[in-house]
Design a protein around this ligand. Structure first.
Ligand SMILES: [Zn+2]
Length: 82
């Protein structure tokens, strides 16, 4: 899927648009896509989806160097004894 700054064929606003999956000849922005009445019916795979907007966030806190070192030591000890 390619997203680029373009003009929405439906509302005429300059916004990032994507090719409509139901009508490939038109470029649609996220707002019009979400407002589209076909979303609930004919359009099985809307080009704009919630998943495309919400990027999976890697929110897991990284270990500090000290913690890493400790963990590494523990692991090597385990490997040696195992
Ligand atoms: Zn639009």
């Amino acid at each position: 899927m390619t997203i680029y700054w373009d003009r929405c064929d439906l509302c005429g606003q300059y916004r990032p648009t994507s090719k409509c999956s139901l009508f490939p000849e038109i470029m649609v922005d996220v707002h019009c896509c979400f407002a589209c009445p076909h979303r609930e019916g004919k359009c099985k795979t809307p080009v704009w989806r919630v998943e495309t907007l919400i990027q999976p966030q890697v929110s897991r806190k990284g270990l500090s160097d000290r913690e890493k070192e400790k963990l590494l030591k523990e692991l090597t000890t385990l490997l040696k004894t195992g």
